[in-house]
Design a protein around this ligand. Structure first.
Ligand code: BGP
Length: 474
């Protein structure tokens, strides 16, 4: 008989929640902010681009964190958050991206956010670039396709480390860096439409981001040797659809497209399978001696990732494509899916954590995980609330698997649930795709009071944090 598994989280485990500037802040032009690529993609990552901000662009509204951050952080503190992940909007600090001097009002906003976090004893976890390349860099340079972006990003990152380096210990360089090949505009500020983008330019852009990440890591260590810099990957385990070895290989290949980014971040050089792919595509990467030295020397301190779902791959069967978090794949017939078709697979989280740990041996940080669902506001004993048992069950089951991975010997720094307060969806720009412990009264059409209401999961998560995971149901 197998004993019941009891998850045990280490002391000091960083429990918390995650957000991104473009999905929560609003105030798209306040205090000197420039436009970012998000401000012209009102329909989400995969939607069409507009020429400029439009009145019905929800991303411009966010949930008004720009003005309500104190209230929101106080709610996070009530749940007992140890850590809060947010991103800094690059175009608040450098409105065009290529200026020499930063915008002081933009810097001051994040000082205020950090003050508030400090007051509540919440550790900040900052993403330097979360799908928020300044629009000017896309228009003038074609984004990361241009080597010049490395210098602009390094200057931006150094400005952040100099200003906040004593207050922020954990930094992430690029959100879901491996989404670049799938959404080059939002992920890499590349204005050339995906269908017209050459393999050469795409891979060169990838290389520039990886070098920029290493350059930022160097700048961070020089500014304050105590900071920890991590990469951020979109994690999707791929399973073979059948035991046919050709399907097993198809799954491995799909997974390696993602691993390549982590391999460079963690090992400091391009893996052989990736170089073979470049040769076969006729791509000749421009890698300078300085690039190679930077990549080699400044590998990351930890690996962070988002995890929502797994996918299948096949080389032998008809493909039934599943919708998913930016990367496509084949539907797994054994799994249920969310209302948006994302397949729910808690065990996949344990698999990915073990794979990453075995492969790179770096501490992991789960910085995104959660369930996007349509919530219904009901009247509760203490005011409006949401009976979101489905979300509790999703998070519980995934956290149990984090516990399993820890028991397997994986070193894990913390867990930040995605969209800890309802925010605008990255892929669809909907407000009705909600992830939060806190309901925000805002509708897809932009109407609503913006009032905040704790959901049932709010109390559930507070209990999980208070008991350091002991309250989870196995
Ligand atoms: C990730 C992004 C986030 C976030 C999340 C959920 O890809 O890093 O910004 O939004 O997915 O996706 P969505 O908002 O599309 O439901």
């Amino acid at each position: 008989m197998t004993a019941t598994f009891v998850p045990s989280f280490p002391n000091g485990f960083l429990w918390g929640g995650a957000t991104a500037a473009n999905q929560i802040e609003g105030a798209y032009d306040a205090d000197g902010k420039g436009l970012s690529v998000q401000d012209v993609t009102p329909r989400g990552v995969a939607g069409p681009r507009t020429d400029g901000p439009t009145a019905d662009n929800l991303k411009l509204g966010g949930i008004d964190f720009y003005h309500r951050y104190a209230e929101d952080i106080a709610l996070f503190a009530r749940m007992g958050f140890k850590v809060f992940r947010f991103s800094i909007a690059w175009s608040r600090i450098f409105p065009n991206g290529d200026e020499a001097e930063p915008n002081e009002s933009g810097l001051a906003f994040y000082d205020r956010v950090l003050d508030e976090l400090e007051r509540h004893g919440i550790e900040p976890l900052v993403t330097i670039s979360h799908y928020e390349t300044p629009l000017r860099l896309a228009e003038k340079y074609n984004g990361w396709a241009d080597r010049e972006l490395i210098g602009f990003y390094e200057h931006y990152a150094r400005t952040l480390f100099q200003r906040y380096g004593n207050r922020v210990r954990y930094w992430l360089t690029f959100n879901e860096i491996n989404s670049l090949p799938h959404f080059p505009f939002v992920s890499g500020g590349i204005a050339t439409p995906r269908q017209e983008l050459s393999d050469q330019d795409l891979h060169q852009a990838m290389h520039h981001e990886l070098v920029a990440s290493a350059a930022a890591t160097r700048a961070a260590r020089r500014t304050n040797p105590d900071v920890r810099v991590g990469c951020m990957l979109l994690a999707t385990p791929f399973y073979p659809l059948t035991p046919d070895p050709r399907d097993v290989w198809a799954a491995k290949r799909a997974e390696r497209e993602n691993y390549a980014f982590g391999d460079v971040h963690c090992r400091g050089r391009y893996p052989g399978y990736f170089l073979r792919g470049l040769r076969e595509k006729g791509v000749e990467l421009d890698v300078t001696e300085e690039d190679a030295a930077l990549l080699e020397e400044y590998t990351v301190d930890f690996v962070s990732f988002s995890y929502y779902m797994s996918m299948c791959e096949t080389a032998t069967q008809p493909r039934e494509s599943g919708s998913g978090n930016l990367l496509g794949g084949v539907v797994n017939p054994t799994l249920q899916a969310s209302e948006w078709g994302w397949q729910i697979d808690p065990v996949g989280l344990r698999i990915v954590m073990n794979d990453y740990w075995d492969r790179w041996g770096k501490p992991l940080f789960v910085v995104e995980n959660g369930l996007g669902a349509r919530d219904v506001l009901v009247e509760g004993p203490h005011g409006p609330t949401v009976e979101d048992d489905y979300r509790i069950s999703y998070l519980n089951d995934h956290l149990v698997q984090v516990g399993e991975a820890i028991a397997d010997g994986v070193e894990v720094l913390g867990y930040t649930s995605w969209g800890c307060i309802d925010l605008v969806s990255a892929s669809t720009a909907q407000m009705s795709k909600r992830y939060g412990f806190i309901y925000v009264d805002l509708n897809d059409d932009g109407t609503g009071t913006l009032a905040r209401y704790p959901k049932k999961s709010f109390d559930w998560y507070r209990e999980v944090i208070t008991t350091n995971g002991a309250s989870l149901r196995t």
